[in-house]
Design a protein around this ligand. Structure first.
Ligand code: ZN
Length: 428
């Protein structure tokens, strides 16, 4: 449901400003290093057996966790579609618009109030699945958040989405009113510009609402990363640490922003748990995204997908409104009571094209992985970083091919490790 709330606004966008992340793992390793070296071989064998057992248990947990998350994803999609269909076909949407018109008949305000009320209703209706997502994180001991903290962030997220949605929806309905035949062209073009601005502003305006970002402190790690950036022939990029442990026990890093705001962000969990070699590989991966302009490619790709989506809405929307006039009670496409219909068409279009963006993203991730190996020539660190990511994040290293095809924007960990194992060093 959350995906529906944010569909037009954030789904494609999120991939651009949030998702260029590398997933990674490690607890056992450091604990092992810390514990005194075993004196007798018997002791070390027992310890090794313990580690193996621990790994196996963690793997089983990961499979269960990912299964639950995937199920939740599809249930959430179905639930969202059901909500939109009922909201439209029971005439609730038209009723809501009529109530607003009793207060004001000014077009701008009708659109604004309708959009906000719709978002709030969808937020409430979608609460059960959101809450289930939160409880899953606790069930698998991945969350560091209390219910109150989580709910606070949900409300903050709703506020951010509300502001962005207001701008987007007002824009769409202005275009629908002024240019009923060509609105989708204007909207698509403006949407690209808006996305670029938002991706640029997100790291300074939106992300800091949820976390604190601090420049990586001076020290060995920073020196290593600076020297890496010289070797990679890129400017010393801004590298930040982020208090990710505020929300989760998972580890992650990302490349985000655009132009003057682009930066590499390391989760504190990752900095704490990973060896310097491993962090270096992760950063090299993110530098690869930067050097190969992956955020721009992501925006371009999303823009094409979104543009086609708006065109499909233009083709199908008016027909659906005419065909079901009695039930929907929507005047025409320029009637804001048809907003859930725009969402509905977009969601179904999104389901049909579901494998497209992840496939493109997996391709970019593979390129970034290759870049990381080229730069560091450190297969071992790459592989252990991957193992650690899987361990900490409860990633299923071997998802079913269908799930990978539909949902994975990164190659599964097992494939990334295999890629590194088969990597011929010295190609650079
Ligand atoms: Zn990546």
């Amino acid at each position: 449901m959350r995906r529906i709330l944010s569909f037009v606004v954030l789904v494609f966008l999120a991939s651009a400003f949030l998702a260029k992340a590398i997933p990674a793992q490690n607890e056992t390793k450091q604990e092992l290093q810390l514990s005194a070296p075993a004196d007798s071989s018997e002791e070390s064998m027992a310890q090794a057996a313990q580690v193996e057992q621990d790994k196996e248990e963690r793997l089983q947990q990961a499979i269960k966790y990912q299964k639950a998350k995937n199920t939740l994803y599809f249930v959430d999609q179905g639930y969202g579609i059901l909500f939109l269909v009922l909201f439209l076909f029971l005439g609730i949407s038209a009723f809501l618009r009529r109530q607003i018109e009793k207060i004001t008949r000014k077009r701008f305000w009708v659109v604004a109030f309708y959009t906000l009320l719709f978002l709030i209703i969808a937020f409430i209706v979608g609460f059960p699945t959101s809450y289930y997502g939160f409880s899953l994180e606790h069930k698998f001991e991945l969350s560091n958040q209390t219910l109150l903290q989580w709910f606070g962030e949900e409300l903050l997220g709703l506020l951010v989405i509300g502001i962005i949605a207001l701008i987007v929806v007002e824009g769409i309905y202005l275009a629908l009113k002024k240019a009923p035949r060509t609105w989708w062209i204007y909207v698509s073009v403006v949407f690209i510009g808006f996305t670029v601005v938002l991706v640029n502003l997100a790291p300074i305006l939106i992300l800091p609402l949820f976390n604190v970002y601090t420049p990586l402190p001076e020290g060995e790690l920073r020196d290593r990363l600076v020297s890496l950036s010289h070797r990679a022939n890129v400017e010393v990029e801004n590298i930040f640490a982020m208090d990710m442990s505020k929300q989760t026990k998972k580890a992650n890093a990302m490349f985000t922003g655009l132009g003057n705001t682009k930066r590499i962000v390391l989760g504190d969990n990752l900095v704490d748990e990973f060896t310097t070699d491993e962090v270096e590989v992760v950063i090299a991966h993110e530098m690869g995204h930067n050097l190969m302009h992956h955020i721009w490619w992501g925006i371009l790709f999303s823009a094409i997908l979104t543009g086609i989506g708006f065109f499909i809405i233009h083709l199908t929307g008016p027909r659906i409104i005419t065909r079901f006039r009695n039930k929907l009670k929507i005047d025409d496409m320029a009637d804001v009571a048809g907003l859930p219909l725009i969402f509905l068409i977009f969601v179904i279009y999104g389901l049909i094209t579901m494998p497209v963006f992840p496939a493109f993203s997996r391709h970019m991730e593979r390129q970034a992985d290759k870049f990381a190996l080229d730069m560091t020539q450190n297969k071992e660190a790459f592989i252990s970083a991957m193992d650690e990511l899987a361990y900490m994040n409860l990633a299923d290293p071997n998802p079913s091919p269908i799930i990978e095809f539909l949902l994975y924007d990164h190659p599964p960990i097992s494939k990334r490790i295999k890629f590194a194992e088969e990597y011929e060093s010295g190609t650079k």
